[in-house]
Design a protein around this ligand. Structure first.
Ligand SMILES: [Zn+2]
Ligand SMILES: [Zn+2]
Length: 153
């Protein structure tokens, strides 16, 4: 029973983070913390941008869950792991694949990943706080997959 709860906690941590990321991006980053996120809509100078602070915040939440859950290896531990796996996936896809902070995975032929990049480039068309679209990330809506296919054709 406990193992089922732990697996569920892990999957929940991973899945819920896309919702959390979408909500945070739309209402907080393009809201009262635009002063942090703005750096991500401008050319970057150097290795880091102020927007990276968000990764630090989410990373800290995951680390706290892992630490307090590590005594009994209970659901908190696995929830923290799920959030961390999402964070890693987000970093690999958003920061590496899309923004090329490390020059890797440039030439994908996958429709899904190409549509994801396409949707995120639409998001980056807006340089201001308002008027942007496509706030989600790993889970690409069919709307953008179809737009991407049309764009390619
Ligand atoms: Zn944004
Ligand atoms: Zn971006």
């Amino acid at each position: 029973m406990e193992i089922a709860i732990n697996i569920l906690a892990l999957l929940f941590g991973f899945t819920i983070m896309e919702g959390v990321a979408w909500f945070t991006h739309k209402y907080i980053m393009h809201g009262f913390l635009w002063s942090w996120h703005k750096s991500h809509h401008e050319p970057r100078h150097g290795m880091f941008e102020k927007n990276d602070l968000f990764a630090l915040v989410f990373g800290s939440i995951a680390a706290i869950l892992i630490i307090i859950g590590s005594h009994n290896l209970d659901w908190k531990f696995f929830l923290g792991i799920g959030i961390s796996i999402y964070g890693l996936a987000y970093f690999l896809v958003h920061d590496v694949f899309v923004h090329q902070r490390i020059k890797l995975f440039r030439n994908t032929k996958s429709t899904y990943f190409s549509a994801m990049r396409f949707a995120h480039k639409i998001h980056h068309k807006t340089t201001g706080k308002h008027g942007a679209e496509a706030f989600g990330f790993l889970f690409v809506s069919m709307k953008y997959i179809n737009k991407f296919k049309k764009n390619k054709a």
